[in-house]
Ligand binder design. Structure first.
Ligand SMILES: Nc1nc2c(ncn2[C@@H]2O[C@H](COP(=O)(O)OP(=O)(O)OP(=O)(O)O)[C@@H](O)[C@H]2O)c(=O)[nH]1
Ligand SMILES: [Mg+2]
Length: 317
């Protein structure tokens, strides 16, 4: 349950997190009127925000068509049209990671080095623990001592349990963690894994093995296979999604570091190129900076509007 104050706080965090991307886009709206120059500037800004060509073309067509259809002439009106078009585009990416559908719910987290896996796991553990779930963290990044320590800090901060073992095979640690969670009737297990590039084939094989082993520990696990992607990787993030999805069959994405980049349009690119939904987005390093992805709020924050999109704008065809 979301309490109104929290929601308001999150909206302002989201807005401030997306400042870099928004100010890039906003410069297209500085003129007064809609003319060819405006359309060209907007197209350029969408591309610079890393929306990618297919999404940019789709958004531009919707903006142009609606402007014509409604005989709009003020650049400011086009802002709302763009917002609605972005909302329509992002809507299919929304998902609800219901953590009540299994007990324990087993979530495997993967991604390239430094994407924000461990931090995001810490934030999620804290979020779920706060609302009353028992969470067990499983340190599947067994080779680096610092990696285990980092997860340990998050576990302590949120007062949740952690299972780790130095130098052990990651599959073995994660197997034990799931077994322990079953035995102790925990709600959620989150399995951290070491960062890796999709081109490191032996490490991708290791992830396939981990997936199999989790399934051995509990026949319907893993319930979620989550790829964490850093938004500032831009178009490269799309390659990561494709490669990890082919290897593992992803169920959801976490898109981090939207605050550190002017490339927040990358989520629009994702909408054109993947079927994997975005469960959470990260807009900062604080505990509260990771929250479920809501296309409506995201579209508003991206173009700098506060109100909700109106459904009858002619952009949903
Ligand atoms: N600004 C910002 N920084 C973030 C966000 N998410 C994670 N970070 C930072 O990104 C850095 C790397 O995060 P980690 O969680 O260690 O990344 P990782 O994927 O576990 O890294 P490896 O285990 O080394 O592969 C840390 O400094 C985090 O604080 C975010 O949404 N915004
Ligand atoms: Mg890590």
């Amino acid at each position: 349950m979301e309490i109104p104050g929290q929601q308001k706080d999150w909206l302002s965090r989201l807005k401030s997190g997306l400042t870099k991307t928004r100010s890039g886009l906003a410069s297209a709206f500085t003129g007064q009127k809609i003319d060819e120059e405006f359309f060209e500037a907007l197209e350029e800004r969408l591309l610079l925000a890393d929306c990618g060509l297919p999404a940019t073309e789709l958004l531009m067509k919707k903006v142009r068509d609606t402007v014509l259809e409604k005989a709009l002439y003020k650049a400011e009106d086009a802002r709302q049209v763009l917002r609605d078009a972005i909302f329509d585009l992002l809507r299919p990416l929304e998902t609800n990671m219901g953590v009540d559908r299994a007990r324990p719910m087993v979530i495997m987290v993967v991604g390239v080095n430094g994407a924000g896996k461990t931090t995001s796991i810490g934030k999620l553990a804290n979020h779920w623990a706060e609302i009353g779930y028992s969470v067990l963290l499983a340190a599947g990044d067994t080779f680096r001592a610092a990696a285990r320590e980092q997860l340990d800090v998050w576990a302590k901060r949120s007062n949740v349990e952690i299972i780790s073992s130095q130098g052990a095979d990651p599959s073995a640690v994660l197997f034990d963690a799931v077994q322990s969670a079953v035995a102790h009737y925990k709600h959620i297990v989150i399995a951290d894994t070491a960062g890796r590039l999709p081109t490191q084939l032996h490490l991708m094989e290791e992830l396939k093995k981990i997936k199999k082993v989790l399934n051995k520990a509990k026949p319907d696990a893993p319930h979620e296979i989550v790829l964490v992607v850093d938004a500032s990787n831009g178009q490269n993030a799309l390659q990561q999604i494709k490669a990890f999805d082919e290897a593992l069959g992803l169920t959801a994405l976490v898109v981090t570091k939207l605050d550190g980049t002017a490339k927040g349009g990358i989520i629009a690119s994702m909408a054109m190129s993947t079927r994997v939904p975005v469960a959470f987005i990260g807009v900062g390093e604080k505990m509260e900076d990771l929250r479920p992805f809501k296309p409506r709020d995201f579209a508003n924050a991206l173009v700098g509007m506060d109100q909700s999109p109106q459904p009858a704008t002619g952009t949903s065809a």
